[in-house]
Ligand binder design. Sequence first.
Ligand SMILES: O=P(O)(O)OC[C@H]1O[C@@H](O)[C@H](O)[C@@H](O)[C@@H]1O
Length: 242
Amino acid sequence: MRAFLFDLDGVLTQTAKVHAAAWKDTFDAFLRAEAARTGGQFVPFDAVTDYDTYVDGRPRLDGTRAFLRSRGVDLPEGTPDDPPNSPTVQGISRAKNDTVLRLIREQGVQAYQGSVDYVHRLRAAGLPSAVVSSSANCRDVLRAAGIEELFEVIVDGNTAKAEGLPGKPAPDTYLYAARALGVEPAHAAVFEDALAGVASGRAGGFGAVVGVDRTGQAAELRRDGATVVVQDLSELLGEEKA
Ligand SMILES: O=P(O)(O)OC[C@H]1O[C@@H](O)[C@H](O)[C@@H](O)[C@@H]1O
């Protein structure tokens, strides 16, 4: 492998669980109000299974659409100016973003030490790395974790929007990063904790797709595209550490 492409939330930083909590907060408020309005049952958002299946790894608006569709809810798209929690895809997405930013402000951002050590090892070996994230908040999160300077290339939700790239599980954002580093996908490794993310690694024909299993979904990561699964990148530093 000549280039290394890392997802952000859940691979480099401990922010996947913060996103999951913000999604749960937002969707539960919506579902509760819907149940009251229609007289139906309130079935809460599951921060593990619903998050992994519909939301994790995808661009924000795609996550909102995919989860609502899974509950048979069809909301108008709305506009980015819709007030948070308006019954539109944009309004719900905006509420979720307000919540995730508040949680990040309150809790700060921690990197995974194993990932930071791994990227340092790559740098010492002269091997380039990129961050490939669906998040529009990617740069702020990298900065808050103090690791922005470790990467040659950063492809995030804003890059995808500006370049018209479809988000994960499509391979386009990873392919864009590999091109920016001047490396063929067959010689680049993808590191992902999300099912949509390993699927984009597989779809892009990458030389290795490392599933990072933080939540006990190793089998699903393999099913959707991981060629190897670890619980933490420190496992890949292995005996060289001794
Ligand atoms: O809402 P943001 O910060 O642009 O992030 C979009 C998505 O980014 C992904 O990295 C997360 O796994 C998702 O949970 C998140 O929804």
